[in-house]
Write a protein that binds this ligand. Structure first.
Ligand code: SF4
Ligand code: SF4
Length: 334
């Protein structure tokens, strides 16, 4: 299958780059004769927090030539390999022509076991201390869809609770993503296959995108992420699960390093109840296209107009088939 080109930065937006943002900011504080005070937070930076010159002058991902990319990727392979004492397979799979990914979740089947939460952490090299999780499973009273009163810290000995139902929430890969619009440096954007990505080397950590997301889908690295070397997933890509640094944002990418090469997301593969369905909505023979055509589907917070590529649905018969099991730990900041 052919691959689609990444979208270029929107030409209508004033050109703001990470280096330009810093340069303009610094000029402004210099004019106010407040450089020393403004720089005082830098006293707390460790040498590991300060980018190397090579990193600082790195171009935006969408402006890099193939040669630039190879240089950057080699630097990352070496740095990650040295840090975790392993061989790193860093790829950069592009979006495929004629593919737009969507995710469907069957609320009649989900038992709230949180296996998807933890498979995602392992697959995507999220920090373990503090643990960062992209998926949050909400527990709600049967017969209501009220996310505001839901509980995602539920911890009974067994799930499912027959009086409750469970709604996993992660990035909805919106067709009109508010997080992208507010980023002042275009460090986050939507790819042609519908996946919103972040260039971690371009993010300045302002957290505007986190505030703009109506689905609580973005996670910020307040501290240096910690992943035990023996738990690192060495199969990674630049725009998804390569290790992140302190001070940058991250989020679910529908496991693009897997899904762009024909595999399923890790959360889907581990789900014991078949609650999760993923695929190309532009393929009329796909399971997701069938569900969208034949089932009654629901999108979360439809009123905010983000047009999610993540939808929920119920089975007509509505019964769960799984036996009760012990849920995985809540863990993390969930
Ligand atoms: S693994 Fe499947 S059944 Fe368990 S919480 Fe996630 S979606 Fe629900
Ligand atoms: S925190 Fe979000 S809005 Fe701010 S630079 Fe990073 S991606 Fe952009």
């Amino acid at each position: 299958m052919k691959h689609a080109e990444s979208q270029k930065p929107e030409s209508s937006k004033p050109e703001v780059t990470r280096r330009g943002f810093f340069a303009q900011g610094m000029a402004a504080v210099a004019g106010a004769s407040a450089v020393a005070a403004a720089m005082s937070p830098l006293r707390h930076l460790t040498s590991g927090d300060i980018p190397t010159l090579e990193e600082f002058f790195q171009k935006h991902y969408k402006e890099m030539t193939a040669e630039d990319k190879e240089q950057v990727f080699n630097r990352i392979r070496t740095a990650v390999g040295k840090r975790y004492r392993t061989e790193v397979n860093l790829a950069d799979p592009p979006p495929m022509d004629g593919v737009e990914f969507v995710y469907g979740l069957n609320l009649s089947r989900c038992i709230g076991c949180r296996k998807c939460v933890h498979a995602c952490v392992a697959e995507n090299n999220q920090s373990r201390a503090p643990e960062i999780q992209y998926i949050r499973v909400l527990e709600m009273e049967k017969g209501s869809i009220d996310v505001e009163t839901s509980d995602h810290h539920y911890d009974p000995p067994l799930v499912p609770n027959p009086d409750k139902y469970y709604m996993p929430v992660q990035c909805h890969q919106c067709a009109d993503p508010p997080c992208v619009k507010v980023c002042p440096v275009e460090a986050t954007w939507q790819e042609p296959d519908g996946i919103t990505v972040i260039d971690y080397d371009w993010c300045i950590g302002c957290r505007y995108c986190e505030a703009a997301c109506p689905y609580w889908a973005r996670r910020f690295n307040f501290t240096e992420p910690e992943i035990p070397a023996d738990q690192l997933n060495p199969n990674m890509s630049y725009l998804s699960n390569r290790p992140r640094q302190k001070g940058v944002m991250e989020k679910c990418t529908y496991c693009l390093h897997r899904t762009r090469v024909g595999r399923m997301p890790a959360c889907l593969e581990v789900c014991p109840t078949g609650s999760r369905k993923f695929g190309n909505v532009l393929d009329p023979d796909s399971e997701v296209a069938y569900i969208l055509k034949h089932k009654r589907v629901y999108v979360l917070k439809e009123e905010v107009g983000t047009i999610p590529r993540f939808f929920y649905y119920f089975d007509e018969r509505g019964s769960r088939y799984a036996e009760p099991i012990a849920p995985a730990d809540v863990g993390g900041d969930a």
